[in-house]
Design a binder for this molecule. Sequence first.
Ligand code: CA
Length: 303
Amino acid sequence: MTRKVISYKDGHVYEFAPNMEPIYTAKDGESITFETIDSLNKAVQSDSDLMDAIPEEVNAATGPVAVEGATPGDVLKVEIEDVRLNEEQGRVITAPEFGLLQDHEDIEHPATRVTEITKDSESLLFKDLEVPINPIIGTIGVATSEETIATLIPHNHGGNLDTTDMTTGTIAYFPVFQEGAMLAMGDSKAAMADGEMCGTGAEIGTDIDVTVSVIKDAVVDLERPLVDTGDAWKTIASAETMEDAVEMANEDLIKLLALEHDYSLTDAYLFSSLVGGLEISQVVDPLVTARNSVPSEYFSDPF
Ligand code: CA
């Protein structure tokens, strides 16, 4: 079967909602490709293109794609097989009232630095420095349970998670809230640091190969995104404060650990303090995102 390619032009969304209309319906287990554009809708092509404000329509997410058989209560499994850059430069920016140090008087808001990709596609150039390419998907998620949530915002459905683990080789799991799940993604980066302090990574268009499948009757009651990076399993939680986000991520993780090892929550909590640990995804989107990891040697596929 020819692999279906879903392009930005076929359809994209700027919000995740409870009742989304699919632009394509994939079979359970089908492998498809999402073509995405950069989060700033191609508005920034040189250092002189400045963002005076974050536009209302940002983080275009290509899709949504329905997956046959997915119903609320199921888990959508998304195997991220490859994330390829589809343009020759990225861009890292600041914008007013955006970013960790938005009130710092010595930092320019707005500012733009275009990051050219080297010919071998191995690195990007930031001024005089080379940075290895490590493409990630910034915004990835499914239909929400109740609220309509802009693609600028992360929540239990995924969305603007800006998580460096959303990359080639990772398997991401999302709770299904609507028939078909309604997967959409975009807002990729050629490289991004944990935290995404200035508000962006090297924003860039990508082609993303995934295989989507539905998990029925999961023993785990998944409330929020979960990833398996191959080396570790990580819960991902977004909240208004980092304190709340890390608390939720830890609580999600200890529930999984308790189930796997037949531990009490107390033992799972104590164990979670010994290996893996808390990680910061991003501190700049209207909600912040944290994750709690456990090395794969202590945790196996809960599905
Ligand atoms: Ca983002």
